[in-house]
Design a protein around this ligand. Structure first.
Ligand code: ATP
Length: 265
């Protein structure tokens, strides 16, 4: 279980301060696929990076499986992070290593013997359906294949939690769907809890069971996806979902809508 308690993040700089997260309370239960949605600048990346403390909250507590990460020494934090894999919009694969070596990388860092690394890499290649690409380099793969390898690498150390930072945003709709299906399969088969951030409401609808809507660093609504999508309570959620329906059902009008300045409507 992941719990954020009263988490705030203030970025301070000479250009001015930005309160990216404002008193966030969030609980993700074991086995959830929890989707955090919001527009650009809402604070999504900051929030997901606070879960594994890639970003340190200015105040508040982060708990994972009853351990308060915000209190851990850097050594213990490093160990705790092994329980959390992460995938990114632009994959972050190592270009000088082939597929096999990319997946093996975290296992090498953990000092696993070579024969066990090979066995684990084989299992993971099987899971993501890319056995035949084991000798290829990232530059020789499509975006969808790169993301599959990034997922395999993120799962190499058997994490209990997978964090997904806009993992399908750079992909076409069909490839995006296949990656989301893979994430769902991983959640089902391996019981891995997934937290994802996205600005695409269809991603939430396709695989998440719970969601939170983030606006200007505040969670304005959270709950079961089935409830939030059917009966949104907050005006901002209604606006986001209303726009999605508009996009889905009326693409011709949308072209017009895109060209109209909001202030001029
Ligand atoms: N390192 C930083 N220093 C200062 N301000 C930052 C920093 N990182 C993010 N911010 C600001 O914090 C706010 C939230 O940013 P964040 O990247 O978390 O939003 P986001 O919802 O992930 O946006 P996007 O979808 O565009 O990636 C923004 O106003 C951003 O400019």
């Amino acid at each position: 279980m992941i719990e954020l308690k009263n988490v705030s993040k203030l970025y301070e700089s000479n250009e001015g301060n930005v309160l990216a997260l404002n008193n966030i309370d969030l609980t993700v239960e074991k086995g959830d696929i929890y989707g955090i949605m919001g527009l650009s600048g809402a604070g999504k990346s900051t929030l997901i990076r606070c879960i594994n403390l890639l970003e340190c909250p200015t105040s508040g507590e982060v708990w994972v499986d009853n351990v308060e990460l915000t209190k851990l020494s850097s050594n213990l934090l490093r160990q705790s992070r092994r329980n959390m894999g992460m995938i990114f919009q632009h994959y972050h694969l190592l270009t000088s290593r082939n597929v096999e070596k990319n997946i093996a990388y975290p296992l090498e860092l953990n000092g696993l013997p070579k024969n066990q690394i090979k066995e684990r890499v084989d299992q993971l290649l099987d899971l993501v359906g890319l056995k035949e690409k084991r000798s290829n380099y990232p530059s020789q793969l499509s975006g969808g294949q790169r993301q599959r390898i990034a997922i395999a690498r993120a799962l190499a150390t058997n994490p209990k939690i997978l964090l997904s930072d806009e993992a399908t945003s750079a992909l076409d709709p069909i490839t995006s769907r296949s990656i989301l299906n893979l994430l769902k399969e991983i959640n089902n088969k391996l019981g891995i809890t997934i937290v994802l951030i996205t600005h695409q409401m269809e991603v939430i609808e396709q695989i998440c069971n719970k969601t939170a809507v983030l606006k200007d660093g505040n969670i304005v609504e959270q709950g079961l996806v089935s409830r939030v999508f059917k009966a949104p309570q907050h005006p901002y959620t209604k606006l986001l979902l209303g726009h999605r329906d508009f996009e889905k059902h009326d693409p011709i009008s949308l072209d017009f809508f895109r060209n109209v300045k909001v202030g001029g409507l």
